[in-house]
Design a protein around this ligand. Structure first.
Ligand code: ADP
Length: 562
């Protein structure tokens, strides 16, 4: 039965209870009041008339008014005959009264009239008693019926009161429990309600919803498991070490390579805080301490390998929910690079001596003492000298670069006067400057302290700055060298008024083999990279400022000596 029908029935029943009680009550009250009215109206009035007639009879011999009183009451009595025998008695009184009026001195009528009135009185009194009994019975009946109906209705209402809240609350409680279970992801929860009302329908809808959620969860779970094992397989097949952390830096997974590198098994460290693992694991400590990108030399599996550390943030919308450290195995590249560096070092070294002797021979040939050369021969000799000089510069840069790459920069740090470095550099480029009619201006602070530097390497850097400045300056331009003290440092700056460098290339200018696109084709793009390495190896720093069309300013800072 529908809940709506149940509610309608319940309310209709209550309405019926009120109606039945009301109608029954009114019915019995009417019955009682009718019975009582009858008693009052008929019998009680006869008693009053008889009484009045008896009083009037006492005075009838003396007063005329008594006669009319008697007559009036007798008439009323004659009109109020209700009981059997009352008519005869009233007629007897009328007859005796008529006789009394005809013969007032005959006193024998008095007792007969009194007796007649007494009979009427008795008849009515008896009737009153009888009707009283009837009223009493009606009241008893009313009491009985009302009690029976009240008891029946009370029992029904009581059952209704006891059961009805449960009809509503039981399914609601069950549904609430079900919803709580579903909210807690227990999709196997079902609700069983026998009723076929709206709650039953709701329970069915709930069960089919739970069923669908269950299916969805199971298919999702299977999908997730599949994806997980797929990703695990991929991760484990990789040559790179991979370590996953959650947002609180707890270890989530390690692949096989990472296990070997760290020397731990995944099961041993899974779920542990990386900082706790780092206490007993040097590599983990290094991985956690160092910056985002770094090359690491790791000794694992009985060999030395090189890895590039990359830290990737795992994001969920805007939030970082974990990190993955990827240790990319760069050993093969390292080996290749090493072979390349060795090759370059060997070739440059082997080329340096013959090129020097070519240059020397060319210079000797150009000497008039050796013999006179014609114009054309002089040009050829000059070109040989220029080319061999350029080749020497390249071989020297390549040699320096191989030193830098193998980490073999040999420094001779000592207190050196800044002016000595400047002088050495200027002398080296003077000829080039003169060729291009570029003037070199030297500005130096007074009383400059000595710097702690390797004179040769620092002069090499300055020469590189000056060579570039001259190369990129127009003819007749001026190149400035400034040496200034900055707290505990001395700054060497080479400023030119050349074409300048576009801002987007500035961050790359110190990279190896980088040349500004479209600039001169000669040069290796190694000069500034080597300069950076040389200066940083001495504890200094290097920088560039440049504006296209205005010129460039290359500078480095070195610590003062002492
Ligand atoms: P290179 O041997 O090619 O000169 P460098 O490392 O010394 O190599 O310089 C790299 C590049 O930087 C050059 O190719 C040039 O494009 C740019 N560069 C260096 N110095 C200057 C300068 N003073 N003015 C403009 N561009 C410069």
């Amino acid at each position: 039965m529908k809940l709506k029908t149940k509610l309608s029935l319940g309310l209709s029943f209550l309405f019926t209870v009120i109606l039945v009680f009301g109608v029954l009550g009114i019915f019995y009250i009417n019955l009682l009041s009718n019975d009582a009215a009858k008693v009052l109206k008929n019998n009680h009035e006869s008693l009053v008339y008889c009484n009045n007639m008896l009083k009037a009879l006492e005075n009838i011999a003396h007063y005329e008014t008594a006669k009319s009183d008697f007559n009036e009451n007798l008439k009323k009595q004659e009109a109020n005959i209700t009981e059997p025998g009352e008519l005869e008695a009233t007629k007897g009184v009328r007859q005796n009264y008529t006789e009394l009026l005809a013969a007032p001195d005959d006193s024998s009528n008095y007792p007969q009239i009194r007796m007649g009135l007494q009979i009427i009185n008795d008849l009515n009194q008896n009737a009153i008693l009888k009707k009283n009994n009837i009223v009493q019975k009606t009241a008893d009946d009313a009491k009985l019926w009302l009690t029976i109906i009240f008891t029946v209705l009370f029992l029904i209402t009581l059952t209704f009161i006891v059961n009805f809240p449960a009809i509503l609350s039981n399914p609601i409680t069950k549904l609430t429990e079900g919803i709580v279970e579903i909210a807690g992801k227990n999709y196997s929860k079902r609700i069983y309600l026998k009723q076929k009302d709206e709650f039953g329908e709701l329970a069915n809808a709930f069960n089919s919803m739970a069923e669908k959620l269950d299916q969805y969860e199971r298919s999702n779970l299977a999908q997730l498991r599949f994806e997980k094992s797929r990703i695990e397989t991929i991760i484990n097949q990789m040559n790179d070490g991979i370590i996953g952390f959650d947002a609180k830096k707890r270890i989530l997974f390690l692949n096989v390579v990472a296990e070997k590198l760290l020397g731990v098994k995944e099961a041993e460290v899974m779920g542990k805080y990386s900082a706790d693992v780092a206490v007993h694991n040097d590599l983990m400590r290094t991985l956690l301490q160092d910056g985002v990108k770094k090359e690491l030399k790791i000794y694992a599996d009985n060999k030395e390998s090189y890895f590039n550390k990359d830290v990737l943030n795992v994001m969920n919308s805007e939030e970082v929910i974990g990190q993955v450290i990827v240790l990319k195995n760069i050993t093969p590249f390292h080996e290749l690079n090493e072979a390349k560096t060795n090759f370059i070092a060997t070739v440059s070294h082997e080329l340096k001596t013959p090129i020097s002797s070519i240059k020397m021979s060319a210079q000797l040939l150009s000497d008039n003492r050796v013999g006179n050369l014609n114009e054309e021969q002089n040009e050829l000799i000059k070109s040989i000298t220029d080319d061999s000089e350029r080749l020497l510069k390249i071989t020297s840069e390549l040699l320096n670069m191989s030193q830098v790459e193998t980490g073999n920069i040999q420094l001779k740090l000592q207190p050196v006067a800044a002016s000595a470095i400047v002088q050495q550099a200027v002398e080296a480029v003077l000829f080039k400057a003169q060729q291009k009619q570029v003037t070199i201006k030297i500005n130096a602070d007074d009383n400059l302290p000595m710097v702690n530097a390797d004179q040769e390497k620092t002069a090499w850097v300055l020469i590189n700055f000056l060579t570039n400045a001259i190369k990129f300056s127009p003819e007749h331009a001026a190149v400035e060298i400034n040496t200034t003290r900055k707290n505990n440092l001395v700054e060497f700056t080479v400023r030119d008024t050349g074409k300048g460098i576009e801002e987007k290339y500035l961050p790359k200018i110190f990279d190896r083999y980088f040349k500004v696109p479209g600039s001169s084709k000669t040069g290796t793009g190694l000069g500034l990279a080597i300069s950076k390495e040389f200066i940083e190896a001495q504890g200094g720093s290097i920088r560039v400022q440049s504006e296209i069309g205005t010129g460039s300013s290359f500078s480095f800072l070195l610590n003062i000596a002492g």
